[in-house]
Design a protein around this ligand. Structure first.
Ligand SMILES: NC(=O)c1ccc[n+]([C@@H]2O[C@H](COP(=O)([O-])OP(=O)(O)OC[C@H]3O[C@@H](n4cnc5c(N)ncnc54)[C@H](O)[C@@H]3O)[C@@H](O)[C@H]2O)c1
Length: 252
């Protein structure tokens, strides 16, 4: 059997209990990586890790609330203890708490910023030390079209995702001399998170019309771009955001 594109690399994928994160975890494992399936939902993380192992891959489930620094530090230590190092971080865990700005509560604002921005920053700090020592690393943040072109009814999410673009560019500059690349992906995929805009009569046609390719991708198709950014071949690509969204966001 030929070597996978991520043979013997150790990857952490947050929010890997379902959706895009699950697709990325499965593809990375199929390409030879040892994958830490990180999620706040213990049952979901364990089910994904078990099924990767049943398919002949290598995976462990790690429970973590990415919005809580102590939980992230503990999870990162567990991964290093079990798998030795961390070569690849995919920060993907996410939530939405939609509301028009004049109705949004502090809890809705804080929850979304803590999960996306806090979670990505805590994981960035947790992996950066080891990656700097080994002078190798691949970090991929998950942003969104909402952070690039704005959106209605999710100012918390849009602000968090826009912040991740700044985190990508600053971390890319700070970590470049350690041969660590830092990039972002703004995906669109058919997952539980997008169920309402894909199926609700009030939104589904308008949203689909805004996608030039006129279809939703499955998580596997989006995961292919996460794979490329995680490979050694992508070593000259850093500080960028790839929109993997059927062409919805083209110019920025
Ligand atoms: N699906 C899309 O079209 C789309 C579009 C733009 C951006 N995104 C982003 O992609 C990422 C994945 O989205 P998805 O559609 O797969 O979502 P999803 O809701 O299907 O899955 C999200 C996963 O994250 C986990 N999670 C939530 N909060 C967590 C926390 N505090 N700690 C650890 N895990 C937590 C959930 O348990 C779940 O398994 C998110 O960051 C989302 O904002 C998705």
């Amino acid at each position: 059997m030929s070597e996978g594109k991520l043979q013997d690399r150790v990857a952490v994928v947050t929010g890997a209990g379902q959706g895009i994160g699950e697709g990325v975890a499965r593809l990375y494992a199929a390409e030879g990586a040892q994958v830490a399936v990180v999620d706040i939902n213990q049952e979901a993380a364990q089910a994904v890790a078990d099924s990767i192992v049943a398919d002949g891959g290598q995976a462990v489930a790690v429970v973590c609330d990415v919005g809580n620094r102590a939980s992230v530090d503990e999870a990162a230590a567990t991964v290093v203890e079990q798998l030795g190092v961390i070569d690849i971080l995919v920060s993907n865990a996410g939530v939405t708490r939609p509301a028009m700005l004049w109705k949004m509560t502090d809890d809705e604002w804080n929850m979304v910023l803590d999960t996306h921005l806090g979670g990505s920053f805590y994981w960035l700090q947790a992996v950066a030390g080891g990656m700097r020592e080994q002078k190798y690393g691949r970090i991929i943040f998950t942003t969104s079209a909402a952070g690039i072109i704005g959106t209605i009814g999710q100012i918390n999410y849009s602000v968090a995702k826009a912040g991740l673009l700044g985190m990508t560019r600053s971390a890319a500059r700070e970590l470049a001399d350690s041969k660590i690349t830092v990039n972002a992906i703004a995906p669109a995929a058919s997952t539980p998170m997008t169920e309402v805009i894909r199926t609700d009569e009030r939104f589904k046609d308008t949203y689909l019309q805004s996608i030039p390719l006129k279809r939703w991708a499955e998580p596997d198709e989006v995961a292919a771009s996460y794979l490329f950014l995680a490979t050694e071949e992508a070593g000259y690509l850093t500080g960028q955001c790839l929109s993997v969204d059927g062409g919805r966001v083209m110019v920025r």
